[in-house]
Design a protein around this ligand. Structure first.
Ligand SMILES: Cc1cc2nc3c(=O)[nH]c(=O)nc-3n(C[C@H](O)[C@H](O)[C@H](O)COP(=O)(O)O)c2cc1C
Length: 273
């Protein structure tokens, strides 16, 4: 196990085995026609020509605003992200998941660069922004939040990245390292990282065009964003790890999103070395 979650995972594993022996997870092979929820999701969001045609007549949700903004929040303008680091090939060769960090403060300029790598604006088309990571239909369903633990000149708290302004809006002030660690199945690096990114998808931004298949696209896009953070972290001489194992409800509550219209898909911890 790559992370220290045994104390919580072991009892859950035992419970799972007991529950599993009573109600086995349905895999199509073992269970005839009964599909598992994952198989159903994958099957029912697969593209076929008839689906593409029918989709034109299907009711889709309204398109929400392209950006979220926290009006009245304290805003911290970020330094210009103009860092030039090691060649991409070196970052690719050196990237590893790193889970131990030094107790040094992270400069605000470093956080600025990481946020830019995640979702910074790199172009415009028909008045819409284009960003560092690709997005299906350029619809950009993601909102980026950071749980700040140790950043110079930035109080501990939860912040929302205001993409167009390249600024941080404070969502909550305080030390959330303990809550984040326990919501992340006691993976200690979440509490020790200088910052942890929480990538949250506003699903209707993408469902508006792609229907339920849009969910797949958000998961793919989370991977793009996370990889940008990982490679930028290497280039900045930092350690980072993507985290997919967390209690969804707890993390959503912590960030302040409802978990249905907007939900945290992926976490990414980054720390000084
Ligand atoms: C979707 C996904 C979820 C992951 N979730 C976790 C996690 O919850 N905790 C963790 O410590 N590492 C997590 N990882 C990191 C993997 O453990 C790591 O990438 C893998 O062991 C390979 O090592 P490397 O990243 O150093 O090459 C995750 C990676 C991916 C792609």
């Amino acid at each position: 196990m790559p992370y220290r979650a045994w104390p919580i995972l072991l009892p859950l594993l035992l419970l799972g085995i007991i529950a599993g022996s009573a109600t086995p997870i349905s895999h199509a092979e073992e269970d005839g026609d009964r599909e598992s929820i994952g198989e159903r999701f994958h099957g029912q969001t697969s593209l076929t020509w008839p689906d593409i045609v029918l989709d034109l007549f299907r009711l889709k949700p309204d398109r929400p605003a392209a950006y979220k903004s926290y009006s009245g929040a304290t805003v911290t303008k970020l330094p210009k992200p103009d860092y030039r680091g090691v060649p991409l090939e070196e970052s690719l060769a050196e990237r590893r998941s790193v889970r131990n960090y030094a107790k040094k403060s992270m400069p605000l300029s470093t956080l600025s660069q990481l946020l830019f790598a995640a979702q910074g604006v790199t172009g415009k088309i028909y008045g819409h922004t284009l960003r560092t990571a690709p997005s299906a239909g350029a619809l950009y369903p993601f909102e980026v939040y950071v749980v700040v633990n140790r950043v110079t000149d930035l109080p501990k708290g939860i912040y929302h990245y205001a993409i167009e302004a390249h600024a941080l809006e404070q969502v909550r002030e305080g030390d959330f390292s303990g809550e984040l660690t326990s919501a992340g199945l006691n993976q200690e690096m979440l509490g020790e990282a200088n910052v942890t990114f929480a990538l949250a998808a506003v699903f209707d931004r993408i469902r508006h065009k792609y229907g339920e298949r849009g969910y797949r696209y958000t998961y793919m896009e989370a991977g793009h964003i996370s990889q940008n953070i990982a490679l930028q972290a290497v280039s900045l001489g930092l350690g980072s790890v993507p985290v997919g194992a967390f209690l969804d409800k707890k993390v959503n509550e912590l960030i302040g999103v409802d978990g249905r219209r907007e939900a945290v898909i992926y976490l990414h911890a980054v720390g000084m070395l």
